[in-house]
Design a protein. Sequence first.
Length: 317
Amino acid sequence: MKFLQFNICILFLTVFSTSFYAQEKKDSLKIQFISYWSKGDVYKFKVKKFEEKWKDDKIVKNDSIIYDATFTVLDSTATSYKIKWSYKIDIAKSFNLPSSIESAISKVKDMDIIYTTSEVGDFTGVENWEEISKKMKEMTSELMKLFLDDKDSEIKKVMQQLLDVYNSKEGIETYLTKDIQMFHYPFGAEFNTEEKFVYEEELPNPFGGKPIKAISTLYFDEVDEENSRCVFYRNMNIDPKDTKELVADVFKKLAPKDKSLKEFAKNMVFEVNDTNGYDYVYNPGVPIYIFNEREIIMKVDKKNEKKIDRFEIELTE
């Protein structure tokens, strides 16, 4: 059972790295984030992702990947925009992965996400979600066949729950569009740059069930009204009580009669903290630089594990 506990912990660290992005915003005054784009507009970005893993204060993993992404306005009407967010990424080459899995992950090497926004630029939905869903399910299924055997039935149950996420439009939008959601986060809102906003958010549960609570703080650091440019930050702390309940719920589904798992979940300390920074030209509505840093801390018995993921989007042309 220790093997199961260990693998579930690794899975939690992975899931919490790619999940949890909400778009709730608190309106006020002064700066308006409204898009002024035109059909045919193209903006190019460099996207960087960094991952660190620590065990008992010793770093055990330090990976990074860099790729190009392109934002293209396909259509513009009085009430909406249609956008294509496209990228090319060679995951196998970047992480020096074995050739045995290259075929599986090549399905998401090139990706076009077609989505819509309102007339002010806030995200409204992915249009080609079924195409993306098919690619993700095929890739995940192939990877499960390669790395999991009949002895890993418990892990397969959890993985199947994650695989089910890709079956719906909502799942694709929640878990596979983090960069897009970050790009459009401020649009449709007005902010008073002299005030600090503290508010509660509800985040999607990656395993189903009730949402997870978080407390967010948003504040402005710089404002250049002459050039319509500003820098602001948003910090988020996820409720540790809710994360502990999530862990306990997953263990209960896997082995409802196992008391050791129940005790394991009870003693686990699980923290997720986010820091987000935005440097924007709010007219016409283009980010110069965005970053997200997520720190995940997990303590079980006398063992401490920490994972830091940093995500950056930088305008290049």
